[in-house]
Design a protein around this ligand. Structure first.
Ligand code: MN
Length: 248
């Protein structure tokens, strides 16, 4: 009896696994997904992730039209350009975006800058959408709240320094809270679409200070955008990234 039961169980499980593996809802059959390190982003095919909320969900800081153009056109173009750059590079297609950015020197010179800009753009924006929420804002909670207090004295002081770094970025770029290679929290800024992981730091929180992120509503007033942005920061996601950072 036990043998029959085991056999039935095996048949049942196998059927379930096959159903999952072939279901078009879970895995398009035409897309080969490489086995990437947990949580890392596929570089080929790179795919535009859907926004986790409506375009108009973040109006406490960002208008719907900006969100739509930013996601559907700007982020989409980074994805398209990254795929185009990797199309003829079978040896690189199984690497994650993060792995490519950590080792730019290993890439062929003729596509290195394209990967840096568009791989960085894809990674930065994928992180950025998750770091905001219509239910965001307020004070940080959990371990990240304590770490911010210990490192920067207070949450208000941290926000002030973060906004100053975002304001001081000349031209286009990002302002970040990272875990640096020494294991400390640090506020940094990167030009263009450079990612902190290019310098061995793990991005915990980041704000996009390219004009495309705020110009329709704020015009030249980047400082006002930086101030309002705290109204949509998703502190649960920040805490999640802080926990991931300490496992790196
Ligand atoms: Mn952007």
């Amino acid at each position: 009896m036990a043998g029959v039961a085991l056999l039935l169980l095996l048949v049942f499980c196998q059927g379930t696994l096959q159903a999952e593996a072939t279901s078009p809802m879970t895995q398009p059959a035409t897309v080969a997904v490489a086995a990437l390190p947990e949580g890392e982003l596929s570089a080929y095919p790179a795919q535009l992730p859907p926004l986790p909320y409506e375009y108009g969900a973040l109006t406490k800081a960002i208008d719907a039209e900006t969100m739509q153009i930013h996601h559907d056109r700007h982020h989409a173009s980074y994805v398209k350009n990254l795929n185009a750059a990797l199309k003829q590079q079978p040896n690189l297609q199984n690497r994650s975006v993060e792995a490519l950015l950590r080792d730019l020197k290993s890439l062929p010179a003729d596509i290195r800058t394209t990967i840096q800009n568009n791989g960085g753009g894809h990674l930065n924006h994928t992180i950025f959408w998750q770091l905001m929420s219509p239910n965001g804002g307020g004070q940080p909670t959990g371990a990240i709240a304590n770490a911010i207090d210990q490192t920067f004295g207070s949450f208000d002081n941290f926000k002030k320094q973060f906004n100053e770094a975002g304001g001081a970025r000349f031209g286009s770029g990002w302002v970040w809270l990272v875990r640096n290679p020494q294991g400390q929290l640090q506020i940094t800024s990167t030009p263009n679409q450079d990612s902190p992981i290019m310098e061995g730091s793990y991005p915990i929180l980041g704000n996009d200070v390219w004009e495309h992120a705020y110009y329709l509503r704020y015009q030249n007033l980047r400082a006002e955008y930086l101030t309002n942005w705290w109204n949509v920061v998703n502190w649960q996601e920040v805490e999640r990234r802080f926990q991931l950072a300490s496992q790196q």
